[in-house]
Design a protein around this ligand. Structure first.
Ligand code: SF4
Ligand code: SF4
Ligand code: FES
Length: 492
């Protein structure tokens, strides 16, 4: 284990560690554009200059390996001047786009200009013009003038997805990023290139121009898009969630997440959500009535449940569970029903055909964040095939359906089966016309509004915390149990 001293701080690092990584471990910032921990070293941007004792010239920290006893300085005048002029070169042909650039506020050109630059540009030649607003694929837009040719995005498509869509073409100041033969950048990891682009050259079609980043707050969460459970950061404000980005976890997702996982936020926002209780009954003329306070609705459901159990027996009640709820919800709701003698629990999966598939990078065919937790908390679940056979005689069923309706491609067919039960209480975060005939729809919290634990496909339990409230009337299953408990006990 070689020891290196950086700006007077000594650290022991594994053999082969670069100076930039050792500095990162010491929390010492070194300016860089092309280096990214998840990619190979390119040594292209020349921003990461450091002074190494006994070496006559400055060295690039990303491509210099620590040797035992090495002494490094990152903050000398020589280093600062070198970084300043490296930055000047990067900006020679960079347009003055900051006021209209979506990267403003999280752009490394802006940041380093403020920390190392602060010079007055002396170039009087006109800037080289390149193409703006080039659509690279379904999700990514390129501004060629803004690209500083760091090659991170090119290495990503070469090394991570191995799809090779991107390349740098031409020479000198005509060099430019483009796709090979116009082949679109449409792999399911394409937006990672936007995350790692240090400037505003690559932007996300979904997010660009929606919000200035300084108007957004953030919290940590776990993606609920599949059973991998990628660690994510959620950006939001008072109008809802706007963006999901990957958060580093070497045991789960490394630095990346998939593109479909980035869409999960859409299901948390108001326009997709069931915001009020919906009740439909003979008494009400069969029409749907909205807006009953959720506490009253849950009391009434508790009473109806006890009546059914009293008159027809606990075997006439069934529960349909998707793997989209937390361990804590499974445990509390499971216990509540088991205490009432109800034991007909069925597992509702998305699309059985692809359920066990894996794309070789991160994305799994099990599009539920907590199938493992569901199986652990409620052992002995019956299958959907059992449910299809047994649904008809059921008097009352409770459906803990998917929060992310988009994940269940066979939702419509499955809803038809659920309709065979006499009375259905459906806990749903999503609003959908498919649910319009059911007796009770109870607004459920989305994963960003509740705290709990998901267990991923590798058996790793990951706790997460509520970050914001989007639907004030929505309840978690734990809260729903509290709401039903008292009236269910009263009658039984
Ligand atoms: S588009 Fe961004 S990530 Fe790709 S080479 Fe240019 S600056 Fe680097
Ligand atoms: S791989 Fe799964 S958990 Fe990861 S981002 Fe995609 S959908 Fe989310
Ligand atoms: S980060 Fe070292 S040369 Fe770019």
């Amino acid at each position: 284990m070689p020891k290196v001293t950086i700006n007077g701080n000594t650290i022991e690092v594994p053999a082969g560690t670069s100076v930039i990584k050792a500095a990162q471990l010491l929390n010492i910032p070194i300016a860089h554009y092309c280096w990214h921990e998840g990619l190979s070293v390119a040594g292209a941007c020349r921003m990461c200059m450091v002074e190494v004792e006994k070496m006559p010239k400055l060295q690039v920290a990303c491509n210099t390996t620590v040797t035992d006893g090495m002494v490094v300085f990152t903050n000398t005048e020589k280093v600062k001047t070198a970084v300043k002029w490296a930055l000047d070169f990067h900006l020679i042909n960079h347009p003055l786009d900051c006021p209209i650039c979506d990267q403003a506020g999280e752009c490394k050109l802006q940041d380093y200009y403020m920390s190392y630059g602060l010079y007055t540009p002396e170039m009087n030649q006109p800037k080289v013009k390149k193409e703006k607003v080039v659509s690279l694929g379904d999700r990514v837009v390129l501004d060629q003038e803004r690209c500083i040719l760091c090659s991170r995005c090119v290495r990503f498509t070469k090394e991570v997805t191995k799809t090779h869509e991107l390349g740098i073409f031409n020479r000198g100041d005509r060099s430019q990023l483009a796709t090979f033969e116009g082949r679109p950048l449409n792999n399911n990891y394409s937006v990672n290139t936007v995350d790692i682009c240090p400037v505003g050259a690559l932007t996300s079609k979904d997010f660009r121009f929606k919000q200035r980043v300084w108007f957004l707050k953030e919290f940590d969460s776990i993606c609920n898009g599949c059973s991998t459970g990628c660690n994510v950061t959620i950006s939001y404000n008072q109008n809802g969630v706007f963006r999901v980005k990957p958060r580093v976890n070497h045991d789960v997702n490394g630095f990346w997440m998939c593109d479909s996982g980035r869409d999960i936020y859409k299901y948390t926002n108001k326009e997709f959500r069931l915001t009020q209780v919906v009740e439909r009954s003979e008494k009400l003329g069969g029409d749907a009535v909205r807006g009953k306070p959720v506490a009253l609705a849950l009391q009434e459901i508790g009473r109806q449940l006890s009546q059914v159990i009293k008159n027809k027996g606990a075997q006439s009640v069934g529960l349909v569970w998707s793997g989209q709820y937390t361990n804590e919800e499974y445990s509390s709701m499971g216990r509540f029903f088991k205490d009432l003698g109800v034991s007909q629990f069925y597992h509702w999966k998305n699309n059985e055909k692809d359920f066990d598939s894996f794309d070789g990078i991160l994305k799994r065919g099990d599009l539920n964040p907590n199938t493992a937790g569901l199986k652990k908390e409620l052992a002995g679940l019956k299958s959907w095939a059992d449910f299809e056979k047994q649904v008809s005689p059921l008097e009352m069923i409770f459906v803990m359906g998917p929060e992310n309706f988009g994940a269940y491609s066979d939702l419509e067919e499955n809803v038809k089966v659920i309709k065979k039960a006499k009375e259905v209480v459906w806990f749903t975060a999503c609003e959908s016309s498919l649910l319009k005939e059911f007796k009770w729809l109870i607004p459920a919290k989305s994963f960003v509004e509740k705290s709990g634990t998901f267990v991923n496909s590798k058996g790793l339990a990951q706790a997460f915390k509520a970050g914001l409230t989007i639907v004030p009337d929505a309840v978690s299953l734990e809260e729903a149990v509290k709401g039903m408990q008292e009236s269910a006990r009263m009658v039984s």
